[in-house]
Design a protein around this ligand. Structure first.
Ligand code: PPS
Length: 291
């Protein structure tokens, strides 16, 4: 483990949140036993992880849909590398639902051999960066960088959780023919949530009625999720998240980066991202007006 003046710690080429995981935990994941029924939600941070976690919970748990169960999302969808609730993942019943920000190369060996189902959600990196910047103000354990320009340089250098955005996305897309993986874009979900939920259900082999589908789309709206304490992380300890400094479900839109980045910052960003992004197998939306 490399010491860090930047709050995060670096291990095996990746950045992690201190106190919430350890090098031993990361090491143990290599041989973590995978079940074919496992579902892994993989994201670069701030790409809509909680949104899909919520949707997965609604798909798999009738008690969430009909309001008879009041289970926190963190107990429904387990964070692979951040087991902050000390849950026993090995004896958890199937199907186990996991979320992770890990790069492909740190995932359990058996998953890399093609076992389990994977949902990879990507969001345009400028919005992910801006979302992360705002989140850092409330995230007690991670970096505190008031100057957005400095924060952006860290992001461009890949010195953030998830590492360099392009490496993360490319690392996963490069494996698409070897894995049972579904790619979804955050912007696609914003544009047509119903189609995205249907796509997820089809991928998972889950058949829901039209009414159930409508219900999920309604409950997974930004407005409803923002006030649901199972989803907005307000149940997390103030030693981890300081809700006097912001909200986890902040704006939930496409193109908010335009309110933060200057033209010069945007151009610098493009000079690093443009060429490699054009080779990715998706077309990102950069503004809600493009819909
Ligand atoms: S984390 O910390 O990596 O797990 O964060 P993550 O959940 O990936 O991303 C948080 C951003 O997703 C937005 N979000 C939503 N947008 C639209 N609709 C819904 N329902 C929704 N749920 C979460 C959330 O608001 C964060 O983005 P920003 O831009 O900061 O608002």
């Amino acid at each position: 483990m490399e010491p860090s003046d930047k709050c995060l710690f670096k291990y095996k080429g990746s950045y992690f949140v201190p106190d919430l995981t350890t090098p031993e935990t990361i090491d143990s994941l290599e041989d973590f036993e995978i079940r074919d029924s496992d579902v892994f939600l993989v994201t670069f941070p701030k790409s809509g992880t909680i949104w899909i976690q919520y949707i997965l919970s609604l798909i798999y748990h009738e008690g969430h849909r009909n309001g008879t169960e009041d289970t926190d999302l963190m107990d429904r969808i387990l964070w692979l590398e951040y087991n902050i609730r000390n849950r026993d993942y090995i004896s958890s019943p199937s199907p186990r639902l996991f979320a992770t920000h890990l790069p492909y190369y740190l995932m359990p060996k058996e998953l890399r051999k093609g076992r389990a189902k994977i949902i990879y959600v990507a969001r345009n990196p400028k919005d992910a960066l801006v979302s992360r910047y705002h989140f850092s103000k409330m995230s007690v354990k991670t970096e505190k960088i008031a100057d957005f320009d400095v924060f952006m340089e860290r992001f461009l250098a890949g010195e953030v959780v998830g590492n360099f955005w392009l490496d993360h996305v490319e690392g996963w897309t490069a494996q698409r023919d070897n894995l049972n993986i579904l790619f979804i874009l955050y912007e696609e979900m914003k544009k047509d949530l119903r189609s995205s939920v249907l796509k997820i259900c089809n991928f998972l082999g889950k058949r829901l009625t039209e009414e159930e589908l409508d219900d999920i789309v309604d409950k997974a709206s930004f407005g409803k999720m923002s006030v649901d304490r199972r989803a907005n992380y307000t149940t997390v300890s103030p030693e981890i998240l300081d809700f006097t400094k912001g909200r986890f479900l902040r704006k939930g839109t496409v193109g908010d980066w335009k309110n933060m980045m200057t033209v010069a910052q945007s151009e610098r960003f493009d000079s690093i991202f443009k060429e490699r992004m054009e080779k990715l197998p998706f077309k990102f939306f950069w503004d809600i007006k493009e819909f």
